[in-house]
Design a protein around this ligand. Sequence first.
Ligand SMILES: Nc1ncnc2c1ncn2[C@@H]1O[C@H](COP(=O)(O)OP(=O)(O)O)[C@@H](O)[C@H]1O
Ligand SMILES: [Mg+2]
Length: 258
Amino acid sequence: MRNNFKIISIVNQKGGVGKTTTAINLGTALAAIDKKILLIDLDPQGNLSTGIGVTEKQRKISAYDLIIQDSSIHQTIQETRIPNLKIIPSNINLSGIEFELATDEDRTNKLNYKISDLKEGYDFVLIDCPPSLGILTVNSLVASDSVLVPLQCEFYALEGLAQLLRTIEKIKDNLNPNLFLEGVILTMFDSRNRLSDDVVADAREHLGKKVFDTIIPRNVRLSEAPSHGLPAIIYDQKCIGSVAYIDLAKELINRLGI
Ligand SMILES: Nc1ncnc2c1ncn2[C@@H]1O[C@H](COP(=O)(O)OP(=O)(O)O)[C@@H](O)[C@H]1O
Ligand SMILES: [Mg+2]
C-alpha cells in the first residue's frame, strides 16, 4: 500500500458481470462496518453514480475533470446519502477520453497523480471500471494497489480472463510494480443452473485461493435497488444478495487482516 488506505480497481472487460453492483454493495457493506470509503465511477455510462442516487445535475464535476482538467481530487469528491461513503461521479464526457488523451505521453498516469493528493480520511478507494481494457481502465490499474475481478457464473465466464490477467501483468511490469490480483468474485450464481456449479468448479481449479469463498447469488433485489438510487444493502438489507455482499466485505477484511 502506497497510502494509508487501499485502492482497489474492480475490473472485467466484459460488461454485465457485476462490477458496478459489486462496487456499490461491497462499498456500502464496508461503510456499514465503519470503514471510510471513496467510490470512483470511471464508466462513462455512470451506472454507479445513478445507483448511489447521484443525479445528472450533480455530475457537473466528475471523474472527467479529475483526469483531464485541473480539478483536484478534493474538488471532485461528493457526499452521498450513505454515511462513510463518498463518490467521484462519472460524466458522459468520459466516453471521449481515449481520443482526448491519444497524443498525451503521460496518459496512463493521470488518475494516479490526482489520487496521490489523497493523504488520509479513507480506508478504501474502490474504482468501478468500464467494460474495456482501454485508457480509463489502465489509469485505474496504474493508480491501484490491487484488483478485484467479478466473474459471472455463466457460460464463457473464464473466457477473457486470461487476457485480463495478462493486462494486469503488463501493467505490473511496466507501470505499477506493486499491482496484484486481490481476488475473483463469483457473481450471479444460480443454484437452479448446473452451469453455475461448473463455473465455480472451473474457477476454483484455475485460480485456487484467489477465488473468494463468498459467492454472490443471482438475486432480483440486487438488480431492482439501483432504480431507487440505493445500494441493495440499504434497499433490502435482508435479501440474499445483500447478505452475500456483507459476507464478502467481512471476508475481504479478514483476508487483509484489518
Ligand atoms: N447478483 C445479481 N443478481 C441479479 N442481478 C444482478 C446481480 N449482479 C448484477 N445484476 C444486474 O445485472 C446487470 C449488470 O450488472 P452490473 O453490476 O451493472 O455489471 P457491470 O458493471 O459489470 O456491467 C445490472 O442490471 C445489475 O443490476
Ligand atoms: Mg458497470
